[in-house]
Design a protein around this ligand. Structure first.
Ligand code: ZN
Length: 139
């Protein structure tokens, strides 16, 4: 049996074979839409030689937010601007939005104090329901 994460990793590898052929995925399914948007925007933004060295290693959740690890080719011939000017602004926007996206369903959510991931009202863990949200700003 194949897990949803394995199927998603296979889908990304097939869609972006140049830079996402072996991605470690450790996120909730509600964030799959954010992953799709992140890779689609990077795919459109990377040009020429930059594509040759750019490689994504991991996409994971940490401290209730989206994390993203990649090699921008600093061992190769690509200028560091690829990370600073092209990839990081896209990633930081997606990271902020992950904090207001339910990890279970992808609907608008927030992080309730003490909760392990952002949730919408329908998917709030009963242990944290009613607590104040400490991360709920709009993008
Ligand atoms: Zn939800």
């Amino acid at each position: 049996m194949t897990s949803a994460l394995c199927r998603k990793a296979d889908e990304l590898a097939a869609k972006y074979p140049e830079f996402a052929d072996d991605v470690y995925l450790a996120i909730q399914p509600g964030w799959f839409g954010l992953v799709d948007e992140l890779l689609d925007r990077i795919d459109k933004a990377l040009k020429g030689e930059d594509r040759k060295f750019f490689k994504i290693h991991a996409i994971e959740e940490k401290y209730c937010l989206f994390r993203f690890h990649y090699d921008n080719g600093t061992q190769g011939e690509v200028d560091y601007y690829v990370a600073l000017d092209v990839v990081d602004p896209i990633f930081h926007e997606i990271e902020r939005r992950s904090g207001i996206t339910c990890g279970r369903c992808g609907c608008k959510g927030r992080i309730l104090k003490g909760a392990p991931m952002p949730t919408c009202e329908e998917h709030d863990d009963p242990r944290y329901k009613g607590r104040p949200a400490f991360y709920s700003y709009e993008v």
